[in-house]
Structure formats: structure tokens, C-alpha cells
Design a binder for this molecule. Structure first.
Ligand code: PMP
Length: 445
């Protein structure tokens, strides 16, 4: 049944014809940082499903919250009505997001949270006090990933995902992202004194009158292969956006909810964006829920009860679904009650230590780590940083080796990504690192 059925699913990103049926893991259940397949084999979930299950799987409080909500109401719209889980979730969220963000707009995926942020910024600039009708463009970054819907793809910067749709996308101004291991300016940090920021400032100064907003993955560009921004970079972006009158959108879909070691990445540099997009970990990885959180100033730009041009038109059917909001409330309560973020420092250190032997391997070019987010970049030649030919599919082969040894991880090209649930134990962290090392060795020595 499973073998036949697998052929009926068109899997995202994966061309199934490249896999033999025995390569496809069919998951039956999970508990904590572990997943079990239909044959009863256990695996460490080294990537928290898809960077979502921050407290792991089958977290009792979240399971219970969803069951209790099913017994009340499973869905009721937010268009003209409200419900308690949405109200409670918004209240709790506003207690923890950077100060100055005051309004929560719900949706159901990271991509939609980004779309909403873009539409909000665009429309706000058009109708803000006095109006800025010319400020309609966006500045975004090379290597950026903001989701798979067309607006989110337009502000993305990874050719593999985006290039094929070129004619469909709106043009954005692209700034070079700080990929220090392969600096696009040929410089090296910290002596470079931020050539990338100088380019960004030039672009902002040149285009300020046309720009609605800048969009950035704060601290870490995830899908590009965990590209970690140097200290001070994000703070400077905030200053530049303020200086040039460009709204700052922080896409915290991947980095939010503890993954960098603080609740939100913006906190690491004391930054409050004008708009923040959240998804993934918001419901603890249980149900599709996302939020776009904005300042009062942005919200006020949409006031005007009987003025249809001020209305923000974005009303998805499952916006703020009660089951998802109930899961999110339980998720946020766990963060507070179990002091999850406060307890991360020791585990992050353990992870850093566990990665050290991996860094010494002959084909590991660079290991990038920020908190629980790790990217291990594999290279054909450590000295020249030469990449493997894409057809070699080294990253993919490494993750298949890891599966044989009881670990689920994902490659981004030839970057091996680790992002375990925050609940992972020290022993599981050690095992995660050991298996990763063995799997890389098995493929490239
Ligand atoms: N923004 C970022 C930074 C992401 O990493 C992702 C998903 N990986 C998204 C947006 C899109 O989220 P979703 O897949 O839930 O639409």
C-alpha cells in the first residue's frame, strides 16, 4: 500500500524518481526529539521536522490544548468574528516580540506572513500621512529565501528556487548578503569593515525615494545554507532603514522561537523591525499558523473605517484557525513555564563542542553555527573552497548515510543542516554530532 501510495504524492522539492522506495522514510510517530518509522526504527529528528517542532514531538501540553479545542470549535473565521484562542495567542505574542510591535495579523504559512508584510509595507507607504506614492519597491538580498508564493519568490535570491519564474516576478533591488566564507567583495571579516553594508548604504541612498521596505532574514539566512551575519550587521541595517525612511521587514519565520539562542533573532542585536513575519515554530510545529506583527504606526496607516482604500485586503479562509491558535498558546506557555530559552546556553555549547571534530574533516570547508542552527559546508577542496559538481549530490548522499545510522537531517545543496528541537538532550546532541561525522566520512572520507 505504501509503495503504491507514495507514487500518488507529488512531493515538494523532491523528484521522487531519483529515490528508490526504500530511500523514502515513512514516519509513523514521534516523541521528544525522536521520530519512528512504520517499521519501528527510531531516528533523532535533527531538523525539527522542517525547523518547526521547537519542543519536539508529542509535547503533552500542546497535544492536550488541541484536543480540548476540538471539543469546543475546530474552525471559525476571523472575518467579522473572533474567538478566544486567537485573542489569547495575540496577547501572549505581543508580550514577547520586540517592544514597539503591537498588532498581530494572522495567516497560515511563512510565505503568506511574508506576502502580508510586503503588501502592508507597500500600502502603508502609499497611504501614510501625506502619502508616498513613489515608494513602491523593495530591497532584498542575494541568497535570501522568504517562501514559495510569488511575492515571496520575488524578494528571494536563490536561483535554484527562483530563476525559472523570472518573468512572473516583480523586480527588486538586490543587495549582496554577507556570505563571509565566500565574500562577494573578495574581502575578509573583520578587516573588511563591512563592504556589504557600504554597498547597501549606497543602494538605499540612491533609491530611498522609490523604496517601500527592505526585507531581511535577521542574523541567519537559513535556506541559503545557514549563512550567519557578523555581529553588528543587523543593528546597522536598522539604523540605515530609519535614516533613509525605508521600512524594515524582519522575516523571523526560520530564526524565530529560540533557534538562535534568544526568542527572536532581532533581540540578539536589540532591534525592533517595523514589521516581523513569524511562522514555523509559532504553533510548536503542530498546525499551520503564521503571523505578521506590525507597529502601531503601520496599523494607524490603515485606520479610516469607511475608506475602502485604507482597508487591508487579505482574508484567507483559515486565517487564525482556532486549533492552530490553541496549539500556539500552549507552545508559548511552555516557553514561559519551562524557561526554555533561558536553558539553551548549555546545550548550544555542547553542540559547538560536538561539531569540533567535524570541522577537522578534510572536506568540511566551514561550519556556521548560531545557537541551534548549524550549516556544515562540504567542499571538494578545502584550500581553494572548490565545490563538488552538482551531479555528485554529496549532501544528499550524506543524509542517506545518516538515516542508516538513525538520524534525520536535510541537505541544502552540499551544506548539511542541523537544527534539532530545543528539547533535545545532551546525550542526543552528542549522538547527532557523532552520526553526522560518521556519515560525512562515509561519503567523502
Ligand atoms: N521565510 C523563511 C526565512 C523561511 O525559511 C521559510 C520556510 N523555510 C519561509 C519564509 C516560508 O515559510 P512556509 O514554508 O511556511 O511558507
Amino acid at each position: 500500500l505504501i509503495d503504491d501510495g507514495l507514487r500518488s504524492i507529488w512531493f515538494p522539492f523532491t523528484q521522487m524518481q531519483e529515490f528508490s522506495p526504500e530511500d523514502v522514510l515513512v514516519i509513523a510517530e514521534g516523541k521528544g526529539a525522536l521520530l519512528r518509522d512504520v517499521d519501528g526504527r527510531d531516528y533523532i529528528d535533527g531538523v525539527s521536522s522542517l525547523w518547526t517542532n521547537v519542543h519536539g514531538h508529542r509535547k503533552e501540553q500542546i497535544d492536550r490544548a488541541i484536543k480540548e479545542q476540538v471539543d469546543r470549535v475546530a474552525h471559525s473565521t476571523l472575518l467579522g468574528l473572533a474567538h478566544e484562542p486567537a485573542i489569547e495567542c495575540a496577547k501572549k505574542l505581543l508580550e514577547i516580540v520586540p517592544k514597539g510591535l503591537t498588532r498581530v495579523f494572522y495567516s497560515e504559512s511563512g510565505s503568506t506572513a511574508v506576502e502580508i508584510a510586503l503588501k502592508m509595507a507597500f500600502q502603508y507607504q502609499k497611504q501614510a500621512a501625506g502619502g508616498n506614492p513613489g515608494k513602491t519597491r523593495f530591497i532584498s538580498f542575494t541568497n535570501a529565501y522568504h517562501g514559495d508564493t510569488l511575492g515571496a519568490v520575488s524578494v528571494g535570491g536563490i536561483d535554484l528556487f527562483h530563476a525559472v519564474y523570472g518573468e512572473l516576478l516583480f523586480p527588486t533591488i538586490k543587495a549582496e548578503s554577507p556570505y563571509c566564507y565566500r565574500c562577494p567583495f573578495g574581502a575578509s571579516y573583520p578587516v573588511c569593515k563591512f563592504d556589504c553594508l557600504r554597498q547597501l548604504e549606497y543602494l538605499l541612498a540612491t533609491h530611498a525615494s522609490e523604496l517601500a521596505a527592505l526585507i531581511i532574514e535577521p542574523l541567519v539566512q537559513g535556506a541559503a545554507g545557514i549563512l550567519v551575519q557578523p555581529p553588528g550587521y543587523l543593528k546597522r541595517i536598522r539604523e540605515l532603514c530609519t535614516q533613509y525612511g525605508v521600512l524594515m521587514i524582519a522575516d523571523e519565520v526560520a530564526v524565530g522561537f529560540g533557534k538562535t539562542g534568544k526568542m527572536f533573532a532581532c533581540e540578539q542585536e536589540g532591534v525592533t523591525p517595523d514589521i516581523m513575519a513569524l511562522g514555523k515554530g509559532l504553533s510548536g510545529g503542530y498546525l499551520p499558523l503564521a503571523a505578521t506583527v506590525a507597529t502601531e504606526e503601520i496599523y494607524n496607516g490603515f485606520l479610516g473605517r469607511f475608506d475602502e482604500f485604507k482597508t487591508f485586503f487579505h482574508g484567507h479562509t483559515y486565517t487564525g484557525n482556532p486549533l492552530a491558535c490553541a496549539a500556539a498558546v500552549a507552545n508559548l506557555n511552555i516557553f514561559a513555564e519551562e524557561r526554555v530559552v533561558e536553558g539553551l546556553a548549555g546545550k548550544i555549547k555542547r553542540l559547538t563542542q560536538g561539531l569540533q571534530p567535524i570541522a577537522k574533516l578534510g572536506h568540511v570547508g566551514e561550519i556556521r553555527q548560531r545557537g541551534f542552527m548549524v550549516g556544515i559546508e562540504l567542499v571538494a577542496d578545502k584550500g581553494t573552497k572548490e565545490l563538488y559538481p552538482p551531479g555528485a549530490r554529496i549532501g544528499n548522499r550524506v543524509i542517506l548515510e545518516a538515516r542508516k545510522r538513525g538520524l534525520i537531517i536535510r541537505p541544502l545543496g552540499d551544506v548539511i543542516v542541523l537544527m534539532p528541537p530545543l528539547c533535545i538532550t545532551n546525550e542526543e546532541i552528542d549522538r547527532l554530532c557523532e552520526i553526522t561525522l560518521e556519515s560525512i566520512q562515509a561519503v567523502v572520507g
